[in-house]
Design a protein. Structure first.
Length: 299
């Protein structure tokens, strides 16, 4: 069983969107995934997202996705929420992935907005409702129009929030005004999906983060949200400002690329990338090292 949760924080407060470790030959590294998951939970994560974009889900098979969920649940499922990405731009395929994730032991489902085919809002409602109906697991929506091409409108969020298993949203829309309105009108637990906006989103009602930089600065993210929720906004702001070089450096290119490089600096499991993702150049590697050092990360 996953740790207890509340309606306000159904998946905890600090979650990392975990990379999928591969071996040198590019195959799934389940031992590495378990070691990385344990490291991240030991560092202070309440939960992990597996099979998300940072987990290179576009290039892992359905079988690999199920194996990864099972391995991570086995490693940390008794002390962290394991949330499995199951969203695609094909509703039928998403239902297959959601059911497989539940069978593998996941504690929740992350469902991204369908990408590329750009459905209308009614299509989003039917798509997300079908995913929520497919299992008994709580669902976190993932609103990222920069990738999907379509935002989840606030009115759509209100309708989706009526579903008893749609309990949260990962917000990577980058619109604090819309976020504030949606938080106020939906009652969904709101998670920042954009590390640079972690603190600003807390200020309009978010409860926590689904982070990429959590791979390297989870204790700092935990300290930030703890300071904010205890009323010490000045301390939260100081931590946020100290982490700005990390937020910048980890997103100079695609997040999984920099994350796997950063994990390599620290001797942690990550391994190679699958095409079309490619590794950092020598110049980019040195820049990332400078960015991490400027934010206080030991490498």
């Amino acid at each position: 069983m996953a740790p207890t949760s509340t309606p306000q924080t159904p998946f905890g407060r600090v979650l990392t969107a975990m990379v999928t470790p591969f071996t040198a030959d590019g195959s799934l590294d389940l031992d590495g995934a378990q070691r990385l998951a344990a490291h991240l939970v030991d560092a202070g994560n309440d939960g992990l997202i597996v099979n998300g974009t940072t987990g290179e889900s576009p290039t892992t098979s359905d079988a690999e996705k199920a194996q990864l969920v099972r391995a991570v649940v086995e490693a940390v499922g008794d002390r962290a929420h394991v949330v499995a990405g199951a969203g695609t731009n094909d509703t039928r395929h998403s239902l297959v992935l959601a059911r497989a994730a539940q069978e593998a032991g996941a504690h929740g489902i992350l469902a991204v907005t369908p990408y590329y085919n750009k459905p209308p809002q009614e299509g989003l409602i039917q798509h997300f409702t079908a995913i929520a109906d497919a299992t008994d697991l709580p669902v976190m929506l993932y609103d990222i129009p920069g990738r999907s091409g379509v935002p989840i409108n606030t009115e759509t969020m209100v309708r989706l929030a009526e579903h008893p298993r749609i309990v949260a949203n990962k917000d990577a829309k980058g619109d604090l005004g819309r976020a504030g309105w949606a938080i106020a009108t939906t009652g969904l637990a709101w998670y920042s999906g954009d590390d640079m906006l972690n603190l600003p989103l807390l200020s309009v009602g978010a409860v926590g983060f689904v982070s990429v930089v959590g791979h390297v600065v989870t204790p700092e993210l935990r300290a930030l949200v703890t300071a904010y929720t205890s009323g010490d906004v000045a301390k939260a702001t100081e931590i946020h400002q100290r982490l700005l070089p990390v937020f910048t450096g980890m997103f100079r290119t695609q997040g999984v690329i920099t994350t796997k490089a950063a994990l390599g600096f620290q001797g942690l499991p990550g391994g190679p990338l699958r095409l079309p993702m490619v590794g950092l150049t020598d110049e980019e590697t040195e820049q990332l090292k400078r960015d991490l050092a400027a934010g206080g990360v030991q490498i």
